[in-house]
Design a protein around this ligand. Sequence first.
Ligand code: PEP
Ligand code: MG
Length: 591
Amino acid sequence: MNRTNPGPERHLVGMPVSPGVAIGPMFGATEAPALVQRRKIQASDSGAEVSRLDAAIVQSRKQLTKLRNRLAVLPEDSQAEIAPLLDAYLQMIGPSRLVRQTRKRITEALVSAETAVADETQALADAILALPGPGDSARRHAEEVREIGRRLVRNLTRTPFRSFAGLPSGAILICESLRPADAALLDPSKLAGVATEEGGADGHTSVMLRALGVPAVLSVEGLGQAARPGDLVVIDGTAGTVVVNPSPTTLAAAKRAVIAFAQERARFGRMRRLASVTQDGHSIELQANLEIPVELPLIAQSGAAGIGLLRSEFMFMNRETLPDEDDQYEAYRTAIEAMGGDPVTIRVLDWGGEKEIEALQNEGVVPDVADTNPALGLRGIRLLLRQPALFETQLAAILRAGVAGPTRVLLPMVTNIAEIRTARDHYDRVVRRLRRRGDRLPDKLPPLGIMIETPGAALSADALAQEADFFAIGTNDLTMYTLAVDRGETEVSELYDPLHPAVLRLIQITAEAALRANIGVSVCGEMAANPHFTRLLIGLGLRSLSMNAAAVPRVKQAIRALKATECVAFAAQVMRQSDPVAIRRMVMEAA
Ligand code: PEP
Ligand code: MG
């Protein structure tokens, strides 16, 4: 490194996406943008343009297949997470709607192949994002569409792709953006860290960087101007900070943080094998939530005792038609088998609210006209009971997959006992049908539980507990419905507080009702993932928590430091408070 004249120390802030602290010289890898010159064509040229498009598709497929094969050099866990991202691209340039529509644009709008690709991918990404309150999955899908568009345009315009050759060992890679396809070109054992100007926490880039185990901060404004090649850079992927040209004091602190992080990693690694038990001997079931299948290896490594919430929406997204029983059976069986005997709770489709699914629209399963207030409309179990074929297909797939290991079925957005009774009628009917058909079913049929996500459900928990086999408290929605604060609305995000006494009271009511009826109860909302809240949740009577896989070791560490008796006394003290700010202070101070 040649730093004759390091500039002043500069602090920048971005989005923390992959934890850890890294120190190293900056290596810049910029990529010249591929420029699309909008061009009209003659009708007689459209055949030739379609051929150019087809050639670019073949070339892109070849490149992606090659990159996918190169993933073999990465550690197995990283491969398992990154390969599906590249597969998603490959699928999109197969016989997809994107390809069909792009060809149509060439022949009907009479534009060049690159113009058609740019317009179609832009229109498709915009349409995905225009859905009311796009969720993480929609944002990821829009990102995939844009990425495939960039690759096709690059190949059509013969703009070279960037290379990471020359990246020195121990360097911090700084660029505008990084994409899953780049993972195959990077050697994680050489790369100290990554900072980019673009990208968000929920995108594929962050999944990929976490899979590589490389500390990373994305979306750092002004990064390009602040750092010059060779500058010493410190990035903190936990706090989301980047320091260029650190002072000796900053550097010394960063070195200590590198060591502390390595020690924490080692401790969490050991934690995986330790029991999730309080100091006074109460076992707490710790499970993981699964939102997309790429999380399965992470869950397996996290030390989670099974999946407490498998959000089955992923089965229905990013496709034009609904998955049939066999498609679903395969996906559920894979998850159940991967858990090796630990239970898997599969939540049936929770459509509605902020979750939009194209295939349901295409097949006329959901109304064309959106509800005026989707969060209060035809969501979760309400839709499934209106669409018995959809519901029963999913139940059949889960029942068959249940042969592979302990399985539970979870109903979303239940608010009254009639819904559970009707759902159980469907369930029984499916069991009879599968038996008649000669399908193998589990010896012990999966229990049928419900999400408690509304104040109405929590307040009638005693009655619901007579009908449901178990409860899973969804604190994300419970907080939203209790406080009338949209969970995705930034304008009111300060009011969204799971520690509000009203939310805590409803959790307590639910836990006590489950205890009286002798049924299981868990918390599977984001609240369960915060180790500061573990003391309170145990004190409120919870003995089962489900969370994102990354949080499992941290929450386990918290559990192992607690005594259940003290948690109960603490919860009693908290429940006497009426001010959410005071409660938060108590919770943070006690942790
Ligand atoms: C919840 O509402 O807390 C929950 C776990 O369900 P989802 O986040 O999928 O709505
Ligand atoms: Mg919910």
